[in-house]
Design a protein around this ligand. Structure first.
Ligand code: AGP
Length: 612
């Protein structure tokens, strides 16, 4: 996905746009560019392939000034990440500039029609089609918004766009269909647009989330919101609850490390006010379903992508073991295209940190079409998924900037535990069992803080394994999803191939991979399958595998059997994944840093995948 920013007001737009792009760079960093309307509205554009710093150094020699402009940081969908494909894209006469996040699905049809009308394209992107359409459909004596509306009537696909033009200066027109876009309502006649609040929070905490089908016109005099079919609409002004510091590194070398170390606080935040000690239950104000309807649900489907899919797998184990309700986890990208057995007796839970993942949003909409009640477990307040679910639980983890998800993952697992408790205590879980889970949830922040004290030890361990070409991660039961998550963390930040696997499955083939060059991380805390995992460790050791075991403090059964230990405190088996995943986050982080990888912005990735 890409990042869009825009500014109109009394100040020079260029530094504001660059700063906004810096705060959005985690959304995509293949190229960056901006357009500023100069004196008499002249369109001034600068674009560079590569990260934002390339554009910033170009601006040193080609300064752009003006009080109205738009900017873009790109994650390439159509066309390689070259300067020619960087946004903003311009109309043939250079009088209109446009930036876009999303995919225009009928781009080739529109491109063909425009080519037949003599338009010459400068790029391989789908986006460029839209700016030429706006140019061609601009009505006689019409405004920029008239032209944008006329163009969007022909466009099929997902877009968040911002457009400026010398033909209608001091104005930004924005529109949203499937890709997030919000307005920043500043003071003293300044108004902003951004793909998310990070782009505008330095200037205002008052934001307006646009809905699909909305467009808006921003001028120094104010903003107006419309819907393509309904005409003028009013949209609520929301207050952003966090400040700029939340999206700064706070002295850490990388956002990923900062967010790993935020986990004691974020685990406090996700449980704050939600634990009922006496009743041994949970209070979840966002669950607006009454008990009768909730208890009428016959099964649960949890759908998500990536790391959120891993937390969903842990939720499946929890719900089946503690709430005794049939639960199934589906990749969102698979769910939306299969013929899932979902009806009005199915509760579908969508898990998403960003609340903007296209596959998860599409799965949500498919579930609703089939009559399911849909609950969200989301971090970003006001995100599309949060607004389209019937009810939900926010993580309150604050912005997660590092592309590799860490604090959101552990908060998702905690939120799933809270919901499991909420449901199980309405079904069959005893008050004593409920109180045990409440106590274990209360202890998590301190326990994670203890684990983080091993950071230096884990960095030394990373030094030993930074050159390994492959890793295996093994776990059973609640720890199998942790094996998957640990492998994903390593893959996505260090580019080392890693595979998570059910430990017992090793002997059905993958054990052939084991030799003295294969580091094997084994999740071996004290849970119901502890003695089984010891046998699996023996099998690996017998083949000279190098074993890194994640164990509970004081487990001496493995002495002499493994090469390295990573110790975590004891807790409820359902919550052990929160503790055992933290050392794996640190291991992946340190190996990546030692390998010189770009930890916060790994190659080919973006923080939230808002395209299919
Ligand atoms: C996690 O480290 C990855 N960045 C990625 O797998 C991510 O979890 C996935 O894209 C889902 O994102 P979401 O939680 O925002 O929906």
């Amino acid at each position: 996905m890409c990042g869009i920013v825009g500014y109109v007001g009394p100040k020079n737009a260029t530094p504001i746009l660059v700063e906004g792009l810096r705060r959005l760079e985690y959304r995509g960093y293949d190229s960056a560019g901006l357009t500023v309307l100069g004196k008499d509205g002249a369109v001034q554009t600068l674009r560079r392939a590569g990260k934002l710093k390339e554009l910033e150094s170009a601006l040193k020699s080609e300064a752009l000034t003006g009080r109205c402009g738009i900017g873009h940081t790109r994650w390439a969908t159509h066309g390689p990440p070259t300067q020619g494909n960087a946004h903003p894209h311009l109309s043939a006469d250079g009088s209109i500039a446009l930036v876009h996040n999303g995919i225009i699905e009928n781009a080739s049809t529109l491109r063909k029609k425009l080519l037949e009308e003599g338009v010459e394209f400068q790029s391989d992107t789908d986006t460029e089609v839209v700016v030429h359409l706006i140019d061609h459909l601009w009505p006689q004596d019409g405004s920029l918004e008239d032209a944008v509306v006329a163009a969007l009537e022909q466009v099929i696909g997902a877009y968040g766009i911002a457009v400026v033009s010398s033909r209608d200066p001091e104005k930004i027109v924005v529109a949203r269909q499937g890709s997030p876009l919000l307005l920043g309502v500043g003071s003293n006649g300044e108004f902003l647009v951004g793909s998310d609040a990070a782009a505008v929070v330095a200037h205002t905490r008052e934001v307006v989330y646009l809905n699909d089908g909305d467009y808006a016109v921003l001028t120094p005099e104010g903003y107006r919101t419309y819907h393509l079919r309904q005409g003028p609409v009013q949209r609520q002004v929301h207050q952003v609850t966090w400040d700029l510091a939340a999206i700064e590194k706070g002295g850490f070398e990388h956002f990923m490390l900062k967010e790993i170390f935020e986990q004691p606080r974020t685990l406090e935040d996700v449980t704050r006010g939600r634990l009922l000690e006496e009743e041994g239950s949970a209070r979840l104000g966002g669950i607006t379903l009454d008990d009768r309807e909730l208890l009428s649900m016959e099964r649960i489907v949890i759908t998500a992508c990536g790391t959120s899919w891993h937390s969903a797998l842990i939720g499946e184990y929890m719900l089946e073991e503690l709430a005794r309700i049939p639960t199934k986890v589906e990749y969102a990208s698979e769910f939306r295209y299969k013929n899932p057995v979902v009806d009005d007796k199915t509760l579908v839970i969508v898990v998403s940190q960003s609340g903007e993942t296209a596959d998860t949003l599409a799965a949500l909409r498919e579930a609703k079409r089939r009559g399911a009640r849909v609950m969200g477990i989301v971090n970003v307040v006001g995100s599309t998924i949060a607004r389209e679910t019937d009810f939900g639980v926010y993580l309150h983890a604050g912005p997660e900037i590092g592309v590799a998800s860490t604090k959101a993952f552990t908060s998702q697992v905690a939120a799933l535990a809270l919901f499991t408790l909420y449901l199980a205590r309405r079904r069959n879980l005893s008050i004593l069992e409920g109180r045990k889970l409440v106590k274990a949830l209360q202890a998590l922040p301190g326990q994670v803080a203890e684990i983080l004290k091993h950071n230096d030890e884990i960095r030394e361990l990373a030094r030993r394994y930074q050159e390994a070409p492959n890793f295996l991660y093994l776990g059973r039961g609640y720890q199998f999803p942790v094996a998957l998550e640990g492998a994903l963390k390593l893959k996505e930040v260090s580019y080392i191939h890693a595979e998570g696997y059910p430990a017992a499955e090793m002997k059905h083939g993958p054990i052939a991979l084991i030799d003295e060059n294969m580091p094997v991380v084994v999740l071996a805390p004290h849970d119901g399958v502890y003695h089984k995992i010891i046998s699996n460790i023996e099998e690996v050791k017998a083949r000279d595998g190098q074993i890194i075991a994640v164990i509970n403090e004081g487990s001496d059964e493995l002495d002499g059997k493994v090469d390295h230990f990573l110790q975590v405190p004891e807790t409820h088996p359902a919550l052990l994944p929160i503790l055992t995943s933290v050392p794996l986050q640190l291991l992946a982080y340190h190996i990546a840093v030692l390998r010189g990888a770009d930890v916060d912005q790994p190659r080919n990735l973006a923080k939230s995948v808002t395209v299919e």
